[in-house]
Design a protein. Sequence first.
Length: 324
Amino acid sequence: MSEHPLLTVRNLVKYHHTPNGRVHAVDHIDLDLHRGETLGLVGESGCGKSTLGRTLIRLHEPDSGEIIHHGTDITHLSRAQMRPFRRNLQIVFQDPFASLNPRRTIRQILSEPFSIHGVGSRIEQPSMVELLIAKVGLHPSFADRFPHELSGGQRQRIAIARAIALEPSTVICDEPVSALDVSVQAQIINLLRRLQDDIGVSYIFISHDLSVIGYLADRIAVMYLGEIVEIAPKAQLWNTPLHPYTQALFSAIAVPEPPSVARNNRVGIKGDIPSPINPPGGCRFRTRCPVAMPICSEASPKLLEAGGGAKVACHLVNGTNTVS
């Protein structure tokens, strides 16, 4: 892991404005991503994971905060100024059928990154596309097919090929396997790991599936209602999750060898997730937390160091370094 982060995010805020009010989708997020690292991002549906991923690469415009990539603050760059950074910031979406143009062949889809960024000549690009298709485990003959002629797993391989065409340093993977069969999920995850070894790409892997995150990630960040409540190296988070919300998530994992917290005691979450339009004051998890204290409604906990590279936003943890 490199000493200086590849991607640094500080105090990032993104609101969605609706007729009913302002949705706190991403609220004062701090993150670092290192070269060659996979950072897993987990949380319940609607917690802001996908919005955060899209804001990081400026598909959504941030309301405030800083996004620093390769030492440059890209937060407020214009579209023209962002173009050189697009080579190094790519995304793989959840639904490959929706993200691939159905009117274009695979060759046309994969030629686009090369054409936009002036990579290769018109004579060279066809062979570059075929090599790219082979790199994601498909036969070069797929180049002249349309997306509807491919299976879901094959379409996702093409979406991944498009994302890594220019050998980016950072790829956001926004639930890239959740729409696929389990057997195909494993193939795609192994493909992502192999590509990471080949080109040294860093991933932010967004998922609600902790078993997938546990297999792929080096570090894991846990989101709740627009905020990161815990972030830690995978082994540490897997064995000793500190935040009550993280403990409850891990208690629900349906795998043969769950984390120790799931083996030793099950932590339930009561009630439904509050509205992101009007989140609770203080700690946002307090309305569902089994160990909530009076201070939890009075002050919002800060994401503080908890030892071993972990950071936790919890009054009980910050005060005692443990949650029982």
